[in-house]
Design a protein around this ligand. Structure first.
Ligand SMILES: C[S@@+](CC[C@H](N)C(=O)[O-])C[C@H]1O[C@@H](n2cnc3c(N)ncnc32)[C@H](O)[C@@H]1O
Length: 367
């Protein structure tokens, strides 16, 4: 059974605010979306897996029957899924029954490159969101109890993922895609024009270093990460061959092992937020010791607003860190990073704000 064109009607409006049938309180509206969002999130991921957005980009106005033939799924399942995705506004169904991507879906969900939202949402579906069912328990315990779902006895998700290479690849593809979305303003930062040798601590699969060396011809980078992730970085290789020679890999543990010598700048991108204030001070102190006089530290990542009331992306990250990844850390406000950098000995500490996706870049110099 497929939805017939003549039964088409607009979804009911949001429930009216008490006492005023016309006004819609945006918080009430957001509440109604929010409480249905976990189901709708998964519906959007299913639509991606069935390539519905890709098909409709190639064949705008496809009918239900055309979509059913292309997906090969039961008609009733497709009916249910299309309704769910239409409620988000990402798909539109015309009165004649033709389906179209909304402009936002064409922009966000059709592209399939390394920065695709497909990769990001797959990582969230496979790794982040299953863990959030244990949120109350983990937050009450004050530790990442959801990590029990991953084999191993290491205390963080990053190190346990090395037992599951397939999931580790999903994680880093998702991380890399999100990093690419938030990276341009870091890469364009003129401070990097005068860096000669960067130590990219927790540099993951090399996405950030590759973008930096491509933009700054005088720069080379050493990526310091755990051995299984260094292996992913060795295989990642999206940089050209000449550029690739400017990237070195240094497998190790950033707490147990010394920082390699020789860099004139240290970058922590999406790394310090994983840890406690004491651990962050320890890592910044290690960076300070490894740098020559005049060397700089760069801390890039999510910053909550100073009043700690805003930032959906930061909130999601902080919850993920505490429930699953490390059992501590958060998208700290910039002033916390500045304080820890000064405590480690850095001077001229300041934060460049207003980077995309709630990001900030804190910079300090070794006198
Ligand atoms: C959130 S990812 C950030 C990756 C990359 N810097 C970026 O911005 O896309 C954190 C990285 O820190 C690494 N990491 C976590 N704990 C580590 C440890 N103890 N020693 C070395 N690397 C570690 C992880 O393997 C992972 O690649």
């Amino acid at each position: 059974m497929n939805p017939s064109a003549d039964s088409d009607h607009q979804p009911p409006p949001n429930p009216p605010v008490r006492g005023d049938r016309n006004a819609v309180d945006p918080v009430v509206e957001r509440f109604h979306f929010l409480v249905n969002a976990p189901a709708l999130f998964n519906a959007v991921v299913t639509a991606l897996e069935w390539d519905l957005f890709g098909m409709l980009a190639k064949h705008p106005g496809a009918s239900f029957e055309e979509l059913r033939r292309a997906t090969g799924v039961p008609a009733h399942s497709l009916r249910v899924l299309l309704h769910a995705v239409c409620t988000t506004g990402l798909l539109e169904r015309q009165a004649d029954g033709a389906y179209h991507n909304a402009p936002a879906a064409d922009e966000l969900l059709v592209p399939d490159g390394p920065d695709s939202w497909r990769h990001i949402l797959t990582g969230w579906k496979e790794i982040y969101y299953p863990a959030f069912t244990r949120m109350s328990e983990a937050l009450a315990a004050g530790t990442n109890t959801a990590l029990a779902a991953h084999p191993g006895d290491e205390p963080t998700l990053y190190r346990r993922l090395s037992h599951n290479p397939e999931l580790e690849t999903v994680f880093h593809r998702s991380m890399s895609a999100f990093t690419l979305k938030s990276l341009d303003s870091l890469v364009e930062c003129e401070e990097f024009a005068t860096v000669r040798h960067l130590l990219d601590v927790g540099g993951g699969d090399g996405t950030t270093s590759e973008q930096l060396i491509a933009r700054h011809p005088g720069l080379r980078s050493t990526i310091f990460d755990i051995p299984s992730v260094s292996q992913l970085a060795a295989e990642h290789n999206t940089a050209g061959e000449a550029d690739r020679e400017r990237i070195a890999l240094h497998p190790g543990d950033l707490f147990a092992d010394p920082f390699p010598a020789g860099a004139d700048a240290v970058l922590f991108s999406h790394v310090l937020e994983i840890f406690s204030g004491e651990q962050i001070t320890e890592l910044l102190t290690k960076a300070y010791s490894a740098l020559p006089s005049g060397g700089r530290v760069f801390v890039y990542g999510y910053n909550v607003s100073d009043d700690e009331t805003r930032g959906w992306y930061s909130a999601r990250l902080s919850l993920y860190l505490n429930v699953l990844a490390s059992g501590q850390g958060m998208a700290y406000p910039a002033r916390d990073y500045e304080e820890w950098a000064r405590r480690a000995g850095f001077t001229g500490v300041r934060t460049l704000t207003d980077h995309p996706y709630e990001h900030g870049l804190t910079i300090g110099t070794k006198a």
